[in-house]
Design a protein around this ligand. Structure first.
Ligand code: MF3
Ligand code: CO
Length: 251
């Protein structure tokens, strides 16, 4: 599949999809507290998404059974909400969500600490977020896609973190996953030239220990092989002829 270049009208719709998803994340962030279940997060998320007339894009995607991916501690991504999984003080929780607005997708993830978290956890969350911002310094028309990948990977790995290699970011538009794939590590080629009107979900997944991951028997949940903590940070990004626009982050 070729990489789609969005028209002005499509960019309007994706901007609205992004704006709504930012509100969803803000509502989820406010609700987080020890004692709640990961299913509570999913229920609230689905409610907020539908209250804006949107569809939760993850629900039933390849059989995924929920609207919000909730991944705790050594879970990297795609954790399945569970009413028996209760958040506790000190947990590191990654929330990944996607909405469809009038046929257009947005996708974003955030990682939070519950109550007091360790210095190790704080640093991991911070470096994961920073690696995203390091990457998008290169998200400009005329640069190459893997400039972004290399910048993210370099930023996290020189700080001693494990950069997940088994999952990537992606193009996004009328489908959740469009071309191109966006690795979070250095490639030995440049990748495609970035063009104004491309929309990309850029999503570093960073581990406190090894980069290696495993899949649990539920066939969804990705965990770190050494059970070290993991963090995830993602925004839907529009390439312009100037600075990139973060469609899922206005502040
Ligand atoms: N943001 C994730 C991704 O891009 C989550 C989608 S997987 C789903 O892969 F199955 F949960 F939808
Ligand atoms: Co994504």
């Amino acid at each position: 599949m070729p990489i789609t270049i969005k028209s002005a009208r499509e960019i309007e719709l994706m901007t609205e999809a992004g704006r709504i998803l930012e509100i969803v994340h803000d509502e989820l962030a406010k609700s987080l507290h020890p004692g709640m279940s990961t299913m509570d997060i999913d229920q609230l998320g689905e409610e907020v998404i539908r209250s804006y007339g949107c569809i939760p894009s993850f629900l039933d995607y390849n059989g995924y059974p929920a609207s919000i991916c909730v991944s705790v501690n050594d879970e990297v991504v795609h954790g399945i909400p569970d009413r028996h999984r209760i958040l506790q003080d000190g947990d590191v929780v990654s929330l990944d969500a996607g909405v469809i607005y009038k046929g257009y997708h947005s996708d974003a993830a955030r990682t939070y600490g519950i109550g007091e978290i360790s210095k190790e956890a704080e640093d991991l969350i911070k470096v994961t977020r920073e690696s995203f911002f390091e990457g998008i310094k290169y998200a400009k028309e005329g640069n190459y896609l893997f400039d972004i990948s290399a910048a993210i990977g370099r930023y996290a790995s020189i700080r001693g973190y494990g950069v997940v290699r088994d999952l990537c970011g992606h193009g996004i538009g009328t489908a959740l996953h469009e071309a191109p794939e966006i690795p979070n590590y250095e490639m030995n080629r440049k990748g495609v030239k970035l063009k104004s009107g491309m929309t990309l979900a850029i999503e570093p997944m960073i581990n406190a220990g090894t980069w290696e991951v495993d899949w649990l028997d539920d066939a969804w949940t990705v965990v770190t092989r050494d059970h070290s903590l993991s963090a995830h940070y993602e925004n839907t990004v529009l390439i312009t002829d100037n600075e990139p626009k973060l469609l899922t982050l206005s502040k």
